[in-house]
Design a protein around this ligand. Sequence first.
Ligand SMILES: [Ca+2]
Length: 113
Amino acid sequence: MKIIFGVIGLIAVIAIGVFVFLKFSPAQQSTAPAVSNTASTGLVKTVPGDFLRDGKPTYEDVALVKAHLGCKKSDPCWNQVVGKTHDGDNPLYTSDLDMNGNGVIDTQDIPAL
Ligand SMILES: [Ca+2]
């Protein structure tokens, strides 16, 4: 009888350990590329979906993504320059629009306004 309670206790301890591990382990990090924005203060802010780097996602960012929907990582369009950022006219590539990092410009990359 003691053996049965011992086994049950051991299973309970293992189950609690697995639960605690799963509950408190670091969350899976997104592979989406971060879009940084350098404000006039010199601080670098991250604004997801603000591809043109004017401080917040706008209809201009949405239009940019919509214009390149369907472009895949294996396509020649992937590495094309599609515009310039507002914070210093850095070239913006189609690949920069892949906000969720899944290798295709799709509706999931359209920023929420
Ligand atoms: Ca995508």
